[in-house]
Design a protein around this ligand. Sequence first.
Ligand code: NDP
Length: 284
Amino acid sequence: MAHIIDGKKIAAATRADIAERVAAFEKENGFKPGLAVIIVGENPASQVYVRNKKKACEDVGMYSVVIEMPEATTQDELMDKIEELKNASAIHGILVQLPLPAHLDEEAVIAAIPPEKDVDAFHAQNTGKIMIGDYDFLPCTPAGVMKMLEFEGVEVEGKECVVVGRSNIVGKPQAMLLLHKNGTVTICHSRTKNLAEVTRRADILVVAVGRADFITGDMIKPGAVVIDVGMNRREDGKLTGDVDFASAEKVAGMITPVPGGVGPMTITMLLENTLTAAKKYINK
Ligand code: NDP
């Protein structure tokens, strides 16, 4: 049976360390690192995420403000709000909760966030920097996965790493981070042929597809490290990953559960990015 990678435990240890560094930052500079989260409309899942982000900030001693804007907000109104936050000295990180209502242009919004306050690391300047390996911010989910691997002492160098999914926020940056650690990386997607043949080669398998139980035990190499990024709601309302945990844990060497795996790490890395943004503000 696989060793279960406990995301909650790793997140708690990392957040305790961040809290100490936040306290030291405040002592030295006389103010707290600050995060502003903008939420437009009333998507219930987004509301939960935003509440969790605010609480996580406060728990580590950061300042946090949530700006709730109505569903009917115009592009100009949202851009004006970002402009206001761009110039706010108490705010070092700006995050616009996605998805936005359909009438708003997400790409334009991401481009409007100043790169030095872009704690989600979605701005083209920050994603480009990830490509060349010289970055200030990493997107929170892939960064959280790397932190878990490090915490568990998983060596990436020379390993066959397979990432299933190629989104801009998870799959692509995840592949790049594994590459920076000298893994031999393969990226799979919906047009990949013979997926199981590829996934069975993986020493480290990261799955970010968005389909419940998509990866089954027979698609996993015995002893592999399996990281399940997926978050899917079953009909009964229960949260589940992209990996069929019951069959996978019999084959894998290590595996993350859902919930309690990658999820808690994502917000943790947002906290790390907000502290980095505050330090950048000081150094400017
Ligand atoms: P996207 O929908 O943006 O991307 C899904 C990817 O999966 C695409 O690249 C798609 O390929 C690929 N895919 C779809 N079907 C197949 C298939 N049959 N075989 C192989 N690949 C396939 O999703 P995200 O990356 O945003 O999210 C993925 C999952 O991770 C979701 O469940 C999401 O909820 C979760 N998530 C969890 C987070 C956390 O904190 N734990 C944070 C972010 C996301 P193609 O490009 O060809 O269409």
